[in-house]
Write a protein that binds this ligand. Structure first.
Ligand code: F6R
Length: 617
């Protein structure tokens, strides 16, 4: 989704901003732009397409002593919402009453819901618009209130705005100053030596500083060089904590891998180790999750665990639901976050709601968190990005510690989410019905996950080879049962988003209730066939598929000869209970999707139309 980077300090802003834009590319975008305050003017360059198009359009900025040599600037990657991905619709949006020079320049993430009313009012006042965007209305609105005090103009304008925003704004008449603000769309302020770097996420800041301030909703900050003055919309001063980013710049680089996705798949043993480190107590057969702020008595009093999320995070949540019911005998349900927020959900003080989100910024999940809080539920976050909105608003929860996930398609976040959900289920189970002995068994199985994943990664070459047989298919089915049903959902999601093969996941038993009509030679089926409950029944479904000429790729337990002879291709994963086979089998399918997409020449890290952090509804 859209990305913001802005700079105020002593150095030339242009190279810093262009590098920052490159770091934001992973979020998904379709145009980019930059505005530099230099020689008493604001100079704006924008281009459709990739950041490199923008760089070319600017020309030789290093030897330019006028246009692009300033040390104050803002820049943006746009993911189109209002209007197509054109140069005119790219940010920054300049504004002035005369339309000749830019008095104001603005970059905006989020959506201005009442932009039509604002735009027609401003057009009525004689202002000329050059884009289809909602953001340009905000730029003109700020300019219409500007009388020499940029912070005041921004605050006045923002009070009239309905919707969400993370913004950075410059005024021609205020050479040293920038104003940034947020409501529902993150802004991180990086504190350097006599300089400040602002961005919509920390990955664009980390090469400059690790000290950051996360703005809260309705904060307005005035930045001048290294000085940061944060106020509310009503201009009352507020103090926000300074946080340290706890991951290194290397963690956000490709590190020799062809794609971020592959690197992140291979990072999973380490990422999962980081997620579970210090949180498993094998002696007591339980997990230690202080962030949940729950005593055993509180857990006994809970009636239900509701898990909310979107996409991959929701699929991870489904494994959590099964584990909580299986280990703890406690009622648990997964809800798609957008459904939860809009259908007046029945939750209350006896329910715990766990919101799962890699980014911690997903608009639907955040709104669902607020709805659950409003209804009196205990709400916890299961989040990867430290300091993100969901992490802060829930106030209790568990960080994944998976490290930055740059590839748009989520991989390590999923396996870390499942690992943490298994630990939650274990903790709940031990406070309720699970014996010491059973608890120790599960705790030890969770501790084994990183080494099991290492084993699956050794299959990489084999998976790359069999992927060659799949590049020409247009459609696929994925089937699984029990714990392996969420794996089918996640496998199908992964292949469709990165390889553009249409894939649908079904509970294996559902196949004969309709989808079986589509089975034929051109419809391969991926079957989750790990040894354990339901395997024989899924094998029966595999036979039904093959009887209709659908070829079958099985994900099977290593050495399972019975499964092998029933499949056209197979990937072996190490023997483990189904609750951890969710992770090993998913890793196998991540690699499978990756290699199919690679062989098809797809843009794996930034698939078309997708964004890393979905901050709009
Ligand atoms: C798929 C994917 C998405 C996200 C979803 C939720 O690979 O990445 O389905 O899982 O947009 O995002 P988060 O977890 O950031 O809330």
């Amino acid at each position: 989704m859209c990305g913001i980077i802005a700079y105020s300090g002593n150095r030339s802003a242009t190279p810093i901003l262009l590098n920052g834009l490159r770091k934001l590319e992973y979020r998904g975008y379709d145009s980019a732009g930059i505005a530099i305050h230099s020689n008493n003017s604001i100079h704006i360059y924008k281009q459709e397409g990739k950041v490199e198009n923008l760089v070319k359009s600017i020309g030789d900025y290093e030897n330019d002593s006028t246009h692009m040599s300033g040390n104050l600037g803002i820049a943006h990657t746009r993911w189109a919402t209002h209007g197509p991905p054109t140069t005119d619709n790219a940010h920054p949006h300049g504004a002035s009453a005369s339309g000749e020079e830019h008095n104001i320049a603005l970059v905006h993430n989020g959506i201005i819901e009442n932009y039509r009313a604002l735009k027609s009012r401003l057009e009525g006042e004689g202002r000329v618009f050059h884009s289809d965007t909602d953001s340009e209305a905000l730029s003109h609105l700020i300019d219409s209130y500007y009388d020499g005090d940029l912070a005041k103009a921004v605050s006045t304008a923002l009070k009239e705005v309905q919707g969400t925003f993370g913004i950075a704004c410059l005024a021609k008449a205020d050479p040293g100053k920038m104003v940034v603000a947020r409501r529902g769309s993150p802004i991180v302020i990086g504190l350097g030596d006599d300089e400040t770097i602002i961005a919509s996420d920390a990955s664009a800041i980390i090469s400059h500083t690790r000290q950051v301030i996360y703005l809260d909703d309705n904060d307005v900050a005035v930045i001048q060089g290294g000085k940061v003055d944060i106020r509310t919309l009503d201009a009352s001063p507020v103090v926000r904590d300074i946080a340290d980013i706890d991951w290194s710049e290397d963690a956000a680089e490709k590190g020799g891998y062809e794609h971020y996705m592959l690197k992140e798949i291979f990072e999973q043993p380490t990422a999962i180790s980081n997620s579970i480190r210090g949180r498993i107590d094998t002696d007591r057969g339980t997990s230690v999750l202080a962030g949940l702020q729950l005593e055993p008595r509180d857990i006994v009093d809970l009636q239900r665990l509701v898990i909310i999320g979107c996409g991959t995070s929701m699929n991870g949540g489904l494994v959590g639901e099964y584990a909580v019911e299986d280990f703890a005998g406690m009622l648990s349900e997964v809800e798609q976050a957008a459904e939860f927020r809009y259908r007046n959900p029945i939750v209350g003080s006896k329910d715990m709601v766990v919101a799962i989100s890699q980014s911690g910024e997903t608009a639907d999940t955040l709104a669902a968190v607020r709805e659950a809080q409003c209804k009196g539920a205990l709400v916890a976050g299961l989040v990867n990005v430290v300091g993100s909105t969901i992490a802060r608003e829930t106030g209790r929860g568990i960080y994944l510690h998976a490290g930055p996930e740059i590839s748009v398609a989520s991989t390590k976040a999923f396996t870390c989410q499942v690992s943490v959900l298994l630990m939650i289920a274990l903790k709940f189970a031990r406070s309720r019905r699970l014996s010491h002995e059973e608890g120790i068994k599960i705790a030890k199985e969770i501790e084994r996950i990183p080494e099991l994943v290492e084993e699956v990664l050794k299959q990489n070459d084999h998976i790359a080879k069999l992927a060659e047989d799949f590049v020409d298919y247009d459609n696929m089915f994925y089937i699984g049962r029990g714990y392996l049903y969420p794996v089918a959902l996640e496998g199908a999601l992964k292949i469709k988003e990165i390889s553009y093969i249409h894939a649908e996941a079904y509970h294996a038993a559902e196949l004969k209730h309709g989808p079986i009509a589509l089975l034929e030679e051109s419809m391969p089926v991926v079957a989750l066939l790990n040894e354990g409950p339901g395997k024989e029944k899924t094998l029966g479904n595999v036979e039904e598929c093959r009887a209709r000429k659908s070829p079958v790729l099985g994900v099977i337990t290593a050495g399972d000869e019975e499964a092998k002879i029933n499949c056209d291709w197979y990937i072996e994963v190490p023997a483990s209970p189904h609750y951890t086979a969710t992770i090993t089998s998913t890793v196998a399918l991540q690699l499978f999707s990756y290699h199919v997409a690679r062989l098809k020449g797809c843009p794996i890290d930034q698939p078309r139309n997708l964004a890393k952090s979905v901050t709009v509804e």
